[in-house]
Design a protein. Structure first.
Length: 257
């Protein structure tokens, strides 16, 4: 597992070529009514902020949310700033790498495969628990692109908190043991169903493992290459509510109501 992860980390590290390249500002769309481009529930509003750039060396399609309606305005401001910074830095990296690769292609006499950056978001839940995901796809000319999904789970309270998986459970309960065994069982069930051994190297979840909630159930998410080969994609495992509800902190159960 360590060798595979090291190879992946090296590939990703070498793909980021930093440079001082001007980054165009993300263009905010004109104000639209809720039905025409915003998602609203419990006074929380997601307004898309987009930019599309098409150049010889790369193409970028970026849509990030501008979030309003949180109880904690300072947290709201910081969160929006972080999302905009992430988009700007991702665009800068794409511009820098595509320019560098274009120069190499010119010197080497080979045709450049235009790079690509695609950032989008998906709202999972709003209310006391604010949950959304930001998906980033990058292509740098290789056999295939890479996709990364960042899940945000925020306690929408007067003092907002960005929740990690370990924040959900009461102290003293070994939630990892419970979840790890359920995931291993699901992998084993899939192997039995398909009739062949799945290519997983799952050993266990981390304190900050990506997660979301769906229909009251806990969903554990893994990235590309995290526990399986590229062909497997980004595996996710649903943990039924009755398997973990008694382990949750009381205030977390309140957020999910």
């Amino acid at each position: 597992m360590t060798t595979r992860k090291s190879v992946v980390s090296a590939l990703l590290s070498t793909s980021l070529i930093l440079g001082a390249i001007a980054v165009p500002a993300l263009a905010a769309p004109p104000v639209q009514p809720a039905a025409a481009g915003t998602q609203q529930e419990s006074r929380i509003v997601f307004t898309p902020k987009s930019t599309n750039i098409s150049a010889k060396e790369y193409e970028a399609k970026i849509t990030i949310p501008i979030i309003s309606g949180l109880a904690d305005k300072a947290f709201e401001t910081q969160l929006n700033a972080e999302l905009q910074k992430f988009a700007a830095e991702s665009l800068k990296n794409t511009q820098a790498q595509s320019k560098a690769d274009a120069e190499l292609a010119k010197k080497g006499g080979w045709e450049l495969r235009p790079h690509a950056l695609d950032i989008s978001y998906n709202v999972i839940h709003t209310g006391k628990l604010l949950s959304f995901a930001v998906t980033t796809y990058t292509y740098t000319g290789g056999a295939h692109g890479m996709t990364n999904v960042t899940y945000y789970n925020i306690a929408n309270l007067d003092k907002a908190q960005s929740l990690q998986l370990s924040d959900l459970f009461q102290p003293g309960f070994d939630f990892k043991y419970v979840i790890n065994n359920l995931i291993k069982q699901q992998i084993a069930d899939e192997e039995k169903r398909t009739g062949f051994e799945m290519s997983y190297w799952f050993e266990g979840i981390s304190d900050n493992q990506a997660f979301s909630f769906k229909d009251g159930n806990l969903v554990i998410h893994f990235g590309q290459y995290e526990i399986a080969p590229y062909a497997v994609g980004m595996p996710s495992f649903t943990i039924p509510a009755h398997r973990f509800q008694n382990l949750l902190k009381a205030d977390i159960r309140d957020l999910l109501k």
